[in-house]
Design a protein around this ligand. Sequence first.
Ligand code: FB9
Length: 497
Amino acid sequence: MAATAMGIEEALLLHLQSHAAIVDSGDWAARSSFDHGAVMDVIKSLQGSGFVEAQSIKRNSWILTAEGESYAVRGSPEFQVFQAVPPEGISRVELEKKLEASVFKIGTGKAMKNKWLESLKGGTLLRKVQGVTDEVKLQLLEIRDGQHVEVPDNAITDLKNRKLIESRTWVGYSLKKGPKYAPKRVKPATDLTREILQSGEWKEREFKPYNYKALGQPTEGGHLHPLLKVRTQFRSIFLEMGFEEMPTNNFVESSFWNFDALFQPQMHPARDSHDTFFLKAPARTHKLPEDYLERVRRTHEEGGYGSIGYGYDWKRDEAEKNLLRTHTTAVSSRMLYKLAQDKFVPKRYFSIDRVFRNEAVDRTHLAEFHQIEGLVCDRGLTLGDLIGVLNDFFSRLGIKKLRFKPAYNPYTEPSMEIFSYHETLKKWVEVGNSGMFRPEMLQPMGLPADVSVIAWGLSLERPTMILYGIDNIRDLFGHKVDLKLIKSNPICRLGIH
Ligand code: FB9
């Protein structure tokens, strides 16, 4: 009978009113036909509020396995076999037909061992005794009815080895009145309500003590994605270094600003759809600064500003093709062109935003990532200035030791890959790329001849993966992001190694 906790509590407190103790909660529950599990919960709660004092008692008991249950009902396999052997004997084949496979197999073996049956030549089975008692079934029934004390230990061992029974540790309580015992428990009030005040009940009512250490309701707040946390840190480093953020709110760009303005030739492999996402609609852009475009054409075709150019036939319609920008350097070209339109002032610019490359997806590459780019535009800047600003920038990331490896970019000469020794990974990690923008890029824009621009770039995903110990970029981006990581991850400070 499913009794409520309240019913059990009252019965239990009432019982203790007239009895010094309840020695065994299991027996008491059985006698009071309460579910022992429910009784245990009530005892725990009464113990919690001092109404009872309870000691846990353990008892090892045996319960029947499913196989044991079936034999307790239908008899042990050896007994079933014996029953199935007629006094005149029976062939194994015939006998097998009469019994379940497992019963036949186990039972025959056991019956032979018990010298209940004998096997004649030719395989006929014959009874060796008139009748047998199915001790095993009786023992199983004893155990099932909790009377395992009646079953001799060797029989218990035998039943256990035959996986017909398995041990169970039964846990119960022995309990007596507690310091706060009362025949009826009035739940202490948790709130000083208007009713309790008006009724004056507050005078005698017990109040639940305030748990000042109680943790408030967890307030579900928003969480910054690790990428955005690291972006915030890169932003503050750039701003502290006096850089201004470039507007990057245009994923769609023209080939002109993404490639041509950067003196990247129209036959460069990066400019075909294997590497770049071109747009079907709007497929082309027509708003390009005509005079500047002509200078770009001439520079690609025949050079100038000390350059021989590429000497190929530059096509306007190639430059008009729209694409998803492959680097935020496209934004840098727009900003440098704008800078060249007014009276020159030195500038420090940075950008952190998405770029798109039609690349094979693998552990560290997706078709899009966030590029971080910095550039310094001033008169007479040298490679030394670039190395200087790189050391300053990366030192603020906690990356002290840098090494530079000559590299190639269509829009910078000289160019350098940047490496830093990663203490925990115990190896040199490529942490970015850099260079000095070519005069073939800067001069057509109209920047003064003595102005040079040093620039560098890296990704946001790589440092975030390293900082958060994320091995696969797919765990960082998209629907597979592990929200727990987002919710639980601490702010991993850049610069702290
Ligand atoms: O981010 C990269 N590596 C990196 C950066 C920081 C970092 O921090 C750790 C906490 C300590 C760890 C690793 N890389 C650039 C290097 C490699 O991962 C590289 O394999 C992958 N690169 C991306 C491009 O992949 C095709 C990272 C991405 C990248 C590469 C170059 C640029 C920007 C992003 C650039 C540039 C540039 C050059 C000259 C002038 C202007 C811009």
